[in-house]
Design a protein around this ligand. Structure first.
Ligand code: ADP
Length: 754
């Protein structure tokens, strides 16, 4: 019965069951109509799309897919389209044809007069899917485009005009940020959109929800000192500092604080003018030393720090840690400190999603994210049954007392399976582990996937199902590409089937059951045989952090293996605890973000008024009548007024973000007895924001009075140091340091703090 829990939760009780019944009827109706549509000409078929009846609409979409792509949608795919059009997140297993479903739904939305963004997890999939699906979209006389890195503003503007736009979430978010800096509507690239259809919806909407996308300008930020780093380098764990159980936080002990103070020539680390400032830097340096481990959290390559995105297990090209922490790690590794720049604006993915009136999505693992999707986005989950029943065999976990016992057994099992010719895909948790495992198998031909290009990664993953192939991959490498048995061309399909299909092995359970299932889902595609199996040890991070404080007595056999139901239950318990912790962190972090998101909305309203009206010029005339009288007949004056006002508004916002960033980094250091850090943060944010708009106007008036304005009415703003940054760049912030109080920004469920 336990297995049905999720089912009822997902179905949300009886009204949803009625919905299901209605769904079934519509799909049956669609399939009937479909038969009549077969004889229609293309033109007549096209004409039927605008029908108000859902069954007919689905039938038209299905028939068009058959004619244009040669793919005849299964009933379950048609049902999935229906649920997407209803605004649900659908759960559909890997290889069941989500790409087609997404495109059909997108066309369906456009037929309702809406514009759609299909959000992908990377550039590669945006380009692949838009090209692949274009015949279907073209058929209806609609347009489809793709956004990816490397397009310039003009190209982006063109693409965004299309009815359906495929694009990676971060690129689309970066464009929103850049658009929020324009001083003229014509510079904007985005146009209004109604619907976001999110691929890999659980990763994007839950795991990455609170990753901030950042737009920075070329004004250098502050670097922490190498001196502090050198002092911190000498500190010892458990003497000078302690790390908490889930390895998220590190704290100086009294002895540590005394040591650092003495080394800095101070009486105490906690008193004096500079105390808060120094303490922030000491904490950053300590965090970099104790919690960020080379080859697990980052790589050093070409003299640069490259972050590892632990939920995807690959290099996170565009990511940085918040400036102070990034610099602290750079100093720790003896690298030159990269320019942080001044943060002009940021948006979290969750806030980005809030911009769309309709949200829907698809993923192989939605059910376990039901609570989060409902809580954060008010989204329902619909489970789409498989086209062919699952025949994969999911073995019970193999649990070992120690990591050494586990690793020995793991390597032996990979060899044993490999000897039969069955392909093996091993999912590891980090780069270091994948390399260690590859080394242990170095006598065999092993494909290691951890930090390559999406294209190549997709190819290697696509071939992972061939006879005798061993692929060792960090968590989600190659997501979005399905693994066919017998190689990408399936030429040895039968041979692999006879050997039991693809075997997926996990080197440890993940922090959430959902991530486990994402890995399992690589096997057993479209009714194929397959196997999934996890190795677990009582020393695994998830077990240690989830079970902290609890002791379990186990009785391992000679190989160190533990085969007791009680221990199975304990592992499941640890995972539930970890899941609960992640949910709590998310809820907490969102509370920090929400206020700034709301404040930004107020700024956006003000910006819109300045952009679309002559409000700026009006206000300057009122506030500086004499100066206004002097320049009022110059042709470009209204435009200049707008530029001045926007400059100061944006600058004040940037300043606000920087203040709040610092507050957040030090909030747990300064929280006073009676207030929680969150209350304190809110109080400061509200206070700081209160006068922001007025301050921006005051400064604009000042600039207007002082700046030289030529006969055309153009102001020489650069001469006044009032020019916008000449260059901007974008990145994602991977995690917030000093995570205590739960104000850590999550980057993927894997979080860099394991
Ligand atoms: P997913 O994203 O769900 O893992 P894809 O969209 O990549 O799956 O599709 C997997 C494969 O199934 C693709 O090769 C696609 O061509 C094929 N496919 C999808 N729908 C159909 C269909 N109705 N009939 C036959 N093949 C299909």
């Amino acid at each position: 019965m336990a297995g049905f829990d999720w089912f009822w939760r997902a179905m949300g009780g009886s009204s949803a069951r009625k919905n299901q019944k209605r769904g079934k009827e519509i799909v049956a109706h669609a399939s009937e109509v479909r038969r009549q549509l077969k004889s229609l000409s293309d033109d007549d078929l096209r004409g039927q799309l605008q029908t108000s009846d859902m069954g007919t609409k689905l039938a038209v979409l299905a028939e068009a897919a058959q004619r244009t792509l040669g793919l005849d949608p299964f009933d379950c795919q048609v049902k999935a389209v229906l649920h997407l059009l209803d605004g649900d997140v659908i759960q559909m297993a890997t290889g069941e044809g989500k790409t087609l479903v997404g495109a059909m739904a997108a066309v369906g939305f456009v037929a309702e007069g809406k514009k759609v963004h299909i959000l992908t997890v990377n550039d590669y999939l945006a380009r692949r899917d838009s090209a692949w699906m274009s015949p279907l979209v073209d058929f209806f006389g609609l347009s489809v485009g793709a956004i990816y890195e490397g397009l310039d503003a003009n190209q982006r503007r063109q693409e965004y005009l299309k009815d359906i736009v495929y694009g990676p979430v971060n690129e689309i978010g970066f464009d929103v940020l850049r658009d929020r800096q324009v001083t003229s509507r014509t510079d904007q690239v985005h146009t209004a959109v109604d619907v976001a259809l999110v691929d890999e919806a659980d990763s994007v909407l839950v795991d990455e929800a609170l990753v901030p996308l950042v737009l920075a300008g070329s004004i250098p930020g502050e670097a922490p000192t190498g001196h502090i780093t050198d002092i911190v380098r000498d500190l010892r764990e458990n003497m000078h500092y302690v790390i908490d159980d889930d390895r998220r936080n590190v704290f100086l002990t009294d002895a540590g604080a005394d040591y650092v103070a003495a080394a800095l020539g101070l009486d105490s680390l906690y008193d004096g003018d500079q105390a808060a400032h120094i303490l922030v830097h000491v904490n950053l340096a300590l965090h970099a030393k104790a919690l960020l481990i080379r080859d697990i959290h980052y790589l050093v390559r070409d003299g640069k720090i490259q972050l590892i995105d632990s939920s995807r297990g690959r290099i996170a090209e565009l990511q940085r840690w918040p400036d102070g922490l990034q610099a602290a790690v750079e100093v720790k590794e003896g690298l030159s400190v990269s320019e942080g720049g001044k943060i002009l604006d940021t948006i979290t993915i969750q806030a980005l999603m809030g911009r769309y009136a309709t949200l829907c999505g698809m993923t192989g693992t939605a059910v376990e994210a039901t609570d989060q999707l409902r809580q954060f986005y008010d989204l329902g989950v619909a489970v789409i049954e498989r086209h062919k029943p699952l025949t994969r065999f999911d073995e019970a976990d193999r649990i070992y007392a120690t990591a050494e016992d586990k690793n020995r057994a793991l390597v032996a099992e990979i060899r044993r399976i490999h000897d039969t010719g069955q392909p093996v895909l091993v999912g590891t948790h980090d780069v270091a582990e994948s390399e260690a495992l590859a080394a242990a198998l170095s006598d065999l031909d092993v494909n290691v996937l951890n930090a390559k290009n999406d294209d190549e990664e997709a190819r290697i993953i696509a071939e992972a199902g061939d006879v005798g192939r061993i692929t060792v991959s960090t968590q989600m490498a190659g997501r979005g590409t399905d693994i066919r048995l017998g190689g990408a061309d399936e030429s040895r399909y039968q041979q692999v089937v006879e050997r039991g299909g693809l075997a997926v092995i996990g080197t440890g359970r993940h922090k959430t059951a959902r991530l486990d299932n994402q890995l399992r889902g690589r096997a057993g595609r479209q009714g194929d045989p397959g196997l999934s199996l996890f190795f677990v040890s009582l020393h695994d991070d998830m077990v240690v952090s989830g079970g902290s404080g609890e002791h379990i007595t186990a009785h391992p056999d000679a190989e160190g293996r533990i085969d007791q139901k009680r221990v199975d239950d304990f592992i499941a318990h640890c995972q539930r605890v970890t899941e609960g912790q992640l949910l709590e962190i998310h809820a907490q972090t969102w509370k920090y973000n929400k206020l700034l998101t709301d404040q930004r909305a107020i700024i956006d309203e003000r910006r819109a008024r300045l952009l679309d009206t002559d409000q700026a010029w009006k206000e300057l005339q009122e506030r500086a009548p004499e100066r206004a009288a002097e320049v009022k007949d110059r042709p470009k004056i209204a435009e200049t007024a707008r530029e001045i006002m926007l400059f100061h508004l944006d600058e004040e916002w940037s300043e606000h973000l920087s203040i709040m960033d610092e507050v957040r980094e030090s909030i747990h250091l300064r929280a006073v007895a009676k207030e929680t850090p969150l209350d304190e943060f809110h109080r400061i944010a509200v206070r700081e924001f209160k006068d922001l708009a007025q301050r921006a106007v005051d400064k604009a008036v000042e600039t207007f009075q002082e700046v030289t304005i030529d006969p055309q009415g153009v102001a020489q703003l650069a001469d006044q140091g009032r020019a916008r940054p000449s260059a901007t760049w974008t990145y994602m912030v991977s995690d917030n340091p000093l995570a205590s109080g739960g104000n850590s920004v999550m980057s993927g469920i894997g979080n860099i703090f394991r």
